[in-house]
Design a protein around this ligand. Structure first.
Ligand SMILES: [Zn+2]
Length: 232
């Protein structure tokens, strides 16, 4: 009966409630698989007093909900701007407490960065965030495993405006989106210190243009629910 422990072990590994199953790294979700003409606008690195209220105003004027990936250190300094986002019913995701690049970090360091921002955001009235955007888009399997264990979905992007470089006009940003947009796209802008008026103007121009093409706008969280077979 030398094989008996083996059988027992395999039954246990199949058992749905068996918790010692190793968590697989969370996938980086870059877009949502759907045929519906819907896109998600996302804004990273805020809140700032200069750009966040302007972006919020454009979104409100156009009745569009978007997702803001907030840096804890910025939210601590400008909690009143974060409150404006919450009051405008925008979706708040985490972008880390100090915008730490989650590559080549220990599991403990990743956990600390993620947890610190989670604690701060919830203390400022945000519902426990479930979406995480990686600073610089960088990660490794250690970071993705920790994020998965902590219940986060990792959100990348499929349309990169590169607005943070501050060298493109609003028209150039809009053109870049129009070239690559497709149903289920996740579009990345910035409302952080590297943002500029071009971002605000681009969003103002882009929303009516995409609406004209038949697109609607949703938060990332809402858009993910459209995916029949779960995030890919
Ligand atoms: Zn960032």
């Amino acid at each position: 009966m030398r094989w008996l422990p083996l059988i027992v072990a395999s039954i246990f590994s199949w058992w749905p409630g068996h918790h010692s199953v190793v968590t697989r790294p969370a996938p980086v979700i870059k877009s949502v698989l759907t045929t519906k003409k819907v896109v998600a606008l996302t804004f990273d690195d805020g809140p700032t007093r200069t750009w966040t209220p302007k972006v919020l105003q454009v979104l409100k004027d156009n009745h569009v909900k978007a997702t803001f990936f907030v840096i804890g250190q910025h939210a601590t300094q400008r909690p009143e701007v974060l409150k404006q986002e919450i009051d405008s019913h925008m979706e708040i995701g985490s972008h880390g407490f100090q915008h730490l690049t989650l590559r080549n970090q220990s599991a403990d360091a990743v956990k600390q960065e993620v947890q610190q921002n989670e604690a701060l955001l919830t203390s400022l009235g945000v519902k426990k965030p479930t979406l995480y955007r990686l600073p610089g888009g960088s990660s490794d399997s250690v970071a993705l495993k920790v994020l998965g264990q902590m219940g986060y979905k990792v959100i990348g992007w499929s349309v990169d405006t590169r607005d943070w470089r501050r060298r493109y006009t609003a028209d150039q940003l809009v053109e870049r989106v129009n070239k690559t947009v497709q149903p289920g796209a996740i579009i990345i802008f910035h409302d952080g210190p590297n943002s500029s008026q071009a971002t605000v103007d681009a969003v103002k121009k882009l929303i009516p243009e995409l609406k004209q093409e038949g697109y609607t706008f949703d938060t990332v969280g809402q858009m993910l629910k459209l995916e029949k077979f779960g995030p890919h």
